[in-house]
Write a protein that binds this ligand. Sequence first.
Ligand code: HPA
Length: 268
Amino acid sequence: MLLKIQETADYIRSKIYSNPKTGIILGTGLGNLVTQITEKTEIPYEIIPNFPVSTVEGHSGKLIIGKLGDVDVLAMQGRFHYYEGYDMKAVTFPVRVMKALGIETLLVSNASGGVNPDFEIGDLMIITDHINLFPEHPLRGKNFNELGTRFPDMSEAYSKELIEKAKLIAAKHNIKVVEGVYVGTTGPTFETPAEYRYFRAIGADAVGMSTVPEVIVANHAGIRCFGISIVTDLGVPGKIVEVSHEEVQEIGNSVQPLMTLIMKELIR
Ligand code: HPA
């Protein structure tokens, strides 16, 4: 694995001129932010050595390296999901490559189902913490001390400093944000009403199928994290209706410019 990480990082380094310290992972249909990246180099996942290839409709997979404002960034448009069949080493491999490339801060986005009864469809939820309910842990197995410690601390998996800054940015632009705990689960089914109730009962505000593995590996690597989740549907008793991937993408699309604004200013 260490050799593969190096090989992939060397390949990416050979294609770019900058040394980005900020990484971005954009979720389902949330590629709007990359349209704002200038002086960009785009590398499709298919041609990156050792990279898994994304398969799901609506998840175009490429690495985009360039400038967001004045800041050098490395963005992943599309991620690898556990439900696609990848194991957790594959799902989180790009984060390890980011670390090898010198990334120090990681911003992630996703779509989720809100289980907090105060939430509304289209809310932007700043992720304050997560609950890992994936059946496979990305750090299971031999620990490589080169990558991080055996028993990583997770007391501040999402940087409090970045959360506070993001809230100030949102307030300045009159953008409504909510805060909450994201529970990561495998999918690909959306939840039954009983499952939504269960996630609420164990302390979640929103549920989704991603992010947690990447944030675990980033924390292991000493990368500080920030995440925003777009609440695309509600798993709240009385408000549960049929939900589809298309609707999730539609709602995500409609509010992502606001998320882009927050992330862009935060990165600056
Ligand atoms: N559940 C899980 N993942 C999701 C949901 C949901 O309701 N909405 C968007 N991603």
